[in-house]
Design a protein around this ligand. Structure first.
Ligand SMILES: [Zn+2]
Length: 235
């Protein structure tokens, strides 16, 4: 086994492992942010639901007050019937009583409907509160998991960064500038193993000459995508 080929394979492995660490360090906070947003949205739904219930309850109370007022009107007017000074006045009182009683029939129906709505919205609120509790638990779990994971992954990344510096020593000094630019552009896919006789990154076939050079551990750049090629076989 040629040491340079093994070196490139090793270099690629370290790049991939380091990239996996960075991805983990990015995905934790991203997931937490999503869960925070979800929790805030649920809380906003609950706040809106509470306002809705308060408004419906107020409307119900208003109907109830109207009902009681009408009942009082009926009672008061009934009391006045005996004191009516004329048939006309008696009929007026009768009319007032009939109207108040008729009004109260519809007011009572509306009142009961509103109470039913309040009950239904309270059930919906309970559901929302259960969902909020669930969202909060998920957020807490995610935060706890990440705060446990973060220092471990950071330590792993620090170790891998050192390994990377070591592994980079297999590259010829004169190619380091180009290598750095490739890493800047392509990250861990700066290196690509051969896939049979093709570059595994862009799938363009290599010339037989290039294949020989890759296998003999010369530094070969893919002519199509520019990746540093190495032999995939551990030889
Ligand atoms: Zn390529």
């Amino acid at each position: 086994m040629s040491s340079a080929t093994g070196g490139l394979r090793e270099l690629h492995q370290v790049h991939l492992a380091l990239d996996a660490c960075y991805r983990q360090l990015e995905s934790g906070p991203r997931q937490i942010a999503v869960l925070e947003k979800r929790q805030a949205a649920k809380q906003a739904e609950i706040d809106a639901q509470k306002i809705k219930i308060t408004e419906q309850q107020k409307a119900a109370d208003k109907k109830n007050l109207q009902f009681r007022t009408n009942e009082q009107t009926v009672a008061d007017t009934k009391a006045k019937l005996n004191q009516a000074k004329s048939n006309v006045e008696f009929d007026i009182f009768k009319g007032q009583i009939a109207k108040a009683e008729a009004d109260n029939e519809s007011i009572e129906t509306e009142y009961l409907e509103l109470l039913e709505q309040v009950d239904a919205e309270k059930v919906a609120l309970e559901q929302l509160e259960a969902e909020l509790k669930d969202a909060a638990a998920k957020l807490q779990k995610s935060r706890a998991e990440f705060s446990e994971l973060e220092p471990k992954v950071k330590a792993q990344a620090a170790g891998l960064t050192e390994e990377l510096h070591e592994a980079e020593k297999c590259l010829p000094a004169k190619e380091m500038g180009l290598y750095r630019r490739l890493v800047e552009a392509h990250g861990p896919s700066t290196l690509a193993p051969l896939d049979a006789s093709a570059c595994s990154e862009c799938f363009v076939e290599l010339s037989p000459q290039d294949i020989v050079e890759v296998r003999t551990a010369k530094l070969v750049f893919c002519k199509s995508c520019g990746r540093i090629l190495y032999s995939a076989d551990p030889e």
